[in-house]
Design a protein around this ligand. Structure first.
Ligand code: GLU
Length: 311
């Protein structure tokens, strides 16, 4: 009797399965920094016996490179990073994004904005530059063509207990201001699409590059505003070039070489503060990833940017 009660209790309390994700924008081939993010999120999910999902963040249509999604998928497979199907394309989620924007407007947590780009930068300086001055906040404008929708953010602290970087909060009203949730061209903003689609994919754990940490408080607020489940977050170090710049597509980082994929995964593990054994240095991805799943330790992931060593 007693043991049955105990097992029923532990069933209720057993944590739900972890669901991680990798969400590349198909705007260019993978580079070493995106491989690092993919490897970290893959290991974090698999080490916990969880799912790892793939999402193609293809909303910013002018920047989308044709066929890049297929190239990204082929690259992930080549590196042994197999995801749990199906893949989600953000471009197929426009109705859900539209509904979320409508919900923000209905609940008074968003407003229609008719400001031009220049007009919208007339406020005080925030963390990411001049903030929105609040011009349309209480004007009750109609949602006609050419207008954007902004979040009506509170002067309140929002943030995350990041599993790598610790507590990170912003006072949204003071540090960021009323940010765009739907652009003038009616495409959902990165912030809005991310929280809506993370929820639809059942994501519980977001592991991504530290350049996105400053977005985490906006996303935490949006999740609360839309009644979506909270997620746990871990922001992993960025890779600096030997000259100190950030390695990324915008800095012209070269595409990932497809040579010696196992060796490159091994190098990712080193950069992530894991200690892969030398005997695996020249293996194929599978045994290196198997070792890494067994030994994954987020506590030893460095908090600062790391420099990519010579190949
Ligand atoms: N699609 C975004 C990027 O490639 C990442 C989104 C996210 O991880 O929240 O930078």
């Amino acid at each position: 009797m007693c043991s049955r009660r105990l097992s029923a209790l532990s069933e209720t309390l057993s944590p739900t399965k972890i669901v991680g994700r990798f969400a590349p924008s198909p705007t260019g081939p993978m580079h070493f920094g995106s491989l690092l993010a993919a490897v970290a999120s893959f290991l974090d999910a698999r080490a916990a016996g969880g799912y790892w999902r793939l999402r193609i963040d293809d909303l910013d249509t002018p920047r989308v490179v044709p066929d890049c999604d297929r190239l990204l998928m082929a690259t992930l497979k080549h590196f042994g990073l197999h995801w749990d199907a199906p893949v989600m394309y953000q471009s197929s989620r426009r109705d859900a994004h539209r509904q979320a924007v409508a919900d923000l407007l209905t609940t008074g947590q968003g407003f229609v904005c008719g400001c031009t780009r220049a007009e919208s930068q007339g406020g005080p300086m925030g963390l990411e530059g001049p903030m929105y001055p609040g011009t349309c906040r209480d004007r009750g404008l109609h949602d006609v063509a050419g207008r954007s929708v902004r979040a009506k953010v509170p002067h309140d602290l929002f943030g995350v207990s990041d599993r790598v970087l610790g507590e990170y909060t912003q006072n949204l009203g003071r540090d960021v201001g009323d940010f765009v949730v739907r652009r003038r061209d009616r495409i959902a903003s990165y912030q809005l699409a991310t929280v809506v689609d993370d929820a639809a994919q059942g994501i519980t754990d977001v592991v991504r590059g530290a350049d996105l940490l400053t977005s985490a408080p906006r996303q935490a607020w949006l999740r609360q505003a839309l009644g979506l489940p909270a997620v746990s977050s871990a922001h992993i170090p960025l890779i600096k070039t030997s000259t100190g710049g950030k390695l990324g597509k915008s800095t012209g980082a070269t595409a990932l070489s497809t040579r010696e994929p196992g060796r490159q995964i091994w190098r990712c593990l080193e950069l992530l503060g894991q200690q892969p054994p030398n005997r695996l240095r020249h293996s194929s991805p599978k045994p290196v990833l198997e070792w890494a799943i067994d030994h994954w330790n987020l506590a030893t992931v460095p908090r600062r940017s790391v420099v990519l060593p010579e190949a």
